[in-house]
Design a binder for this molecule. Structure first.
Ligand code: NAD
Length: 500
């Protein structure tokens, strides 16, 4: 499918794609594929006001009816899966299968949210006072500002959007300035669902285009009680205090530095496959990418050559081509950051295999690399930093306690795993004294989470949770209600307060 046909099938026309002040490039070959309009302070102000007005209507719509809108969105996403998945590949550089997988994740979260729309449960509590009832109710919180990263250009929006809409909140979405086209396509797909639904208020779903300055305006605006932001730890450090300063709520999904412990009893066949997918998939540009391998000394010399052979077999190339597993890095900045990290790793005593630029003759303006495998003498500072590229640092351990200590001794706390067939080791890794991450797995890699679980991590990863389980609670406010159906007025805590 040609790019023009993709645009057409997603209702993107010259008004969206030409004449704007933000140039959009495809990481596949570096070519400019569109110029879109950016928002300014005036358009932003209007959009926020429109979201506030949409909120006053949408919060009164019964939640199961709100779920119906998301059901229709899920249907439209099923219809648009192929062109949207392709546009994700073109705009972010991930391989087509991963682009399609990302859209599948959007469909899955819509299904989840439809069910959720009938399950926004509150508790009832036993009151200590006779003739009294206590309960909690959940209400929509207000318009939500969503800021997303380039590497999951559409799924992250849908995790937030599907839940926020069934919870009763309008959404203003600022996608990464590197991936505005997939956001405009989602706007159009939602418009199809909204048309069928009928009475969707203006401003329920809006896109805001621009860079960090535009994001900063959303972050500072008191009319947005919740800011859900996905991106680097640096971004989280910049926006967290601003939202906190106005006593707003933030949901932060930030960088990871994810590790796998490979124990002596591990099934190495499984481990090699899991390592390969999680370390080189999406060219190492997932927040959950595997970046650190902590291998028991007894199996190190068997595992590493197998891994090197697997690395050599990986097809690198145009992410739209069949059989390709590793596409390009998003831009030259990412490439430079990767090279700098490898130079530092060598200075720290590491031995690097791979990591060089490839395909520069065919794509002089794009940044394809061989994934790098780095044998490290220990966990130096460069290993503790997240470099958003396919670099896997391998380190040796002798004792599981030391491995877990090394595992947790980084600032980030997103995803983690252990490969072992020893029940005690597995349970120790999952225990309170084990992995300190938001996601901890056994015999499965750190990346590729399902939408049914709560997604997010601790420490520098920001502490937010999105997607499944009870993540919806972040999008609602909780009210505790006490109802007196007696003819007395007993006070709590046994207080007597007689007036006469
Ligand atoms: P980034 O931090 O450069 O940008 C992310 C988004 O934040 C963009 O929309 C950007 O415009 C905006 N932004 C940046 N600084 C801002 C500021 N000061 N105020 C307001 N908005 C601001 O990240 P990126 O390069 O697009 O994505 C890669 C990073 O995102 C990696 O660190 C990765 O681990 C992380 N990530 C985390 C998750 C997760 O769920 N934990 C998911 C995907 C990506």
């Amino acid at each position: 499918m040609k790019l023009d046909a993709i645009f057409k099938s997603l209702d993107l026309g010259p008004d969206d794609l030409t004449g704007g002040n933000l140039a959009v490039h495809s990481p596949i070959d570096g070519a400019e594929i569109a110029r879109v309009d950016m928002d300014d302070s005036e358009t932003l102000d209007g959009k926020i006001a429109c979201a506030v007005s949409a909120f006053s209507q949408w919060r009164n719509m019964p939640a199961p009816r709100r779920g119906e809108l998301i059901r229709l969105l899920g249907e439209e996403l099923r219809r648009a899966k192929d062109p949207l998945g392709r546009l994700v590949a073109v705009e972010s550089g991930k391989i087509l299968q991963e682009g399609l997988g990302e859209v599948q994740e959007m469909i899955d979260i819509c299904d989840f949210a439809v069910g959720l729309s009938r399950q926004l449960y509150g508790l009832t509590m036993a009151s200590e006072r006779p003739g009294h009832k206590m309960m909690e109710t959940w209400h929509p919180i207000g318009p939500v500002g969503v800021i997303s990263a380039f590497n999951f250009p559409v799924a992250v929006w849908s995790w937030n959007f599907a839940l926020a809409i069934v919870c009763g909140d309008p959404v203003l979405w600022k996608p990464s300035e590197k991936t505005p086209l997939t956001a405009l396509a989602c706007r159009n797909i939602f418009a199809r669902a909204a048309k069928q639904f009928g009475d969707v208020p203006d401003g329920l779903s809006q896109i805001v285009i621009g860079g960090r300055d535009v994001g900063a305006v959303l972050v500072a605006d008191r009319r947005l009680p919740l800011i859900s932001a996905t991106g680097s730890t640096g971004m989280g450090r910049a926006i967290g205090p601003v939202v906190a300063g106005r006593l707003g709520r933030s949901l932060l999904e930030l960088g990871g530095n994810n590790a796998m412990i490979v124990a002596p009893s591990a099934d190495l066949e499984l481990a090699v496959r899991a390592i390969l997918f999680s370390a080189v998939g999406t060219a190492g540009q997932r927040c959950t990418s595997l970046r650190r391998l902590i291998v028991h000394r007894d199996i190190h010399d068997e595992l590493m050559p197998r891994l090197e052979r697997a690395y050599q077999s990986v097809a690198i190339g145009n992410p739209l081509d069949d059989g390709v597993l590793v596409g390009p890095l998003v831009d030259q900045r990412s490439f430079d950051a990767m090279q700098d990290a490898l130079v530092q790793a060598v200075k720290d005593g590491g031995t690097v295999t791979g990591g060089a630029r490839v395909l520069a003759d065919i794509y002089p303006d794009a940044w394809y690399v061989q994934p790098a495998l780095v044998d490290m003498p220990g966990q130096t500072d460069i290993v503790c930093a997240e470099t958003f590229a396919p670099i896997l640092y391998a380190m040796i351990y002798d004792d599981l306690d030391d491995a877990i200590a090394m595992h947790n001794d980084v600032p980030q706390g997103l995803s983690s795993c252990i490969f072992t067939n020893d029940l005690r080791e597995a349970e120790r890794f999952l225990s309170a004294a084990g992995s300190d991450c938001g996601i901890a797995n056994v015999n499965i890699g750190p990346s590729g989470a399902e939408i049914g679980g709560a997604f997010g991590g601790e420490k520098d990863t920001g502490g937010g949770r999105e997607s499944g389980s009870d993540s919806w609670k972040a999008y609602m406010r909780r009210a505790t209600n006490t109802i007196n159906y007696s003819t007395e007025l007993p006070l709590a805590q046994g207080i007597v307060f007689d007036i006469g």
